[in-house]
Design a binder for this molecule. Sequence first.
Ligand code: IPE
Ligand code: MG
Length: 259
Amino acid sequence: MAAPNDTPTAGERGQDGQAHPPLHVAIVMDGNGRWAKRRGLPRTLGHRAGVEALKRIVEAAPKLNIKWLTVFGFSTENWSRPAAEVAELMALPKRYFETDLARLEREGVRVGVIGSRQGLSRDLVKICDEAERRTVGNDAFFLTVAFNYGGKADIVDAARRFAEDVAAGQAEPGDITEARFASLLSTGGAPDPDVIIRPSGEQRLSNFMLWQAAYAEFVFQDVLWPDYSAHHLEAALAEFYTRNRRYGAVVADDALATG
Ligand code: IPE
Ligand code: MG
């Protein structure tokens, strides 16, 4: 996926004093199980309610000028859950794309599914491939679903790809740069996330976009994912706008200060 290169840096204030909206929002969709438990329901129903929340947020995000949305749907560690729950989680992409792919396609959304296809059923691989294929020409909004994804595995895969290029005589070890390495990650040419949101009260990254998170702002919210609404997304953006992103530098006024 190629990133548009004429877009403003998210979070920076323009001449009008207004912060540019984040280009790329990433969300760790968390809390489905607790949501179900509180209602005395099986966890599987929490995951189904989570898909409804995803639909709401995919609809809300473009209206908030978000251009890229990446959601964590299934981690490489989630295989250790009970078989029945894994089976339910595996059924979620189908549940989502069956009802929504045609609309996404029509509305110019480009869908990407990152993570390993290994271990997924043939049916599921087909569904993910089809979602990507049918939306490959779209660029109004970029929705990436991280499924069977792990940040460490993403980095190792990129390292392997570069090593293979070297072995094939297509690169020298010294050719590696941050930009080249980033292009070998599953997120390819996408901009790094400006903000990573995790609802449900947990405050960790859980192996999500490790490389890409280098300068992301983190927003943790005390709401369970199935209850997540446009209003929560707006609140997360409001929090993001209060942050002072310096990328390791100092702000101009502080650099001039003597006292
Ligand atoms: C997130 O909800 C869904 C996935 C892991 C894909 P959880 O299932 O982690 O819900 P909690 O954390 O147990 O409440
Ligand atoms: Mg969880």
